[in-house]
Design a protein around this ligand. Sequence first.
Ligand SMILES: [Zn+2]
Ligand SMILES: [Zn+2]
Length: 134
Amino acid sequence: MEQNGNCLVWTGALSSEGYGIASYKGRFMRAHRLGYTLIVGDITGEILDHLCRNRACVNPEHLEPVTNRENVMRGLEARGVCKNGHPRLPELTLKWRNPRTELGYTLHCKLCRYISTGRNTANLKRAAGLSDTI
Ligand SMILES: [Zn+2]
Ligand SMILES: [Zn+2]
């Protein structure tokens, strides 16, 4: 392992996705999962997310277990609806440039913004062809 900034970079084999591969008790595991399990303990979520976005990093401080539900929510966000279940229609979606994210932008739901600021959403919903019940 090699120190790279705050990251502990795996210098052994890497998978095609860029994750470190370690063998442990005769099994191959992703190095960051193994490191986390040995140092911190059982992984509470299905997924161990790299907060530093460096997949070869095995520093447990840079790893965050994500529950399956959160992961599903993140997936939904990327696909068709916001976290409150509003459809990602072009009329309802703001796209903000954000070079720090993987996609290079983040999506923001106009309906959620309207609701959180107490604005009337009727016109917005009508423009998007939605009924007023959503
Ligand atoms: Zn890291
Ligand atoms: Zn929304």
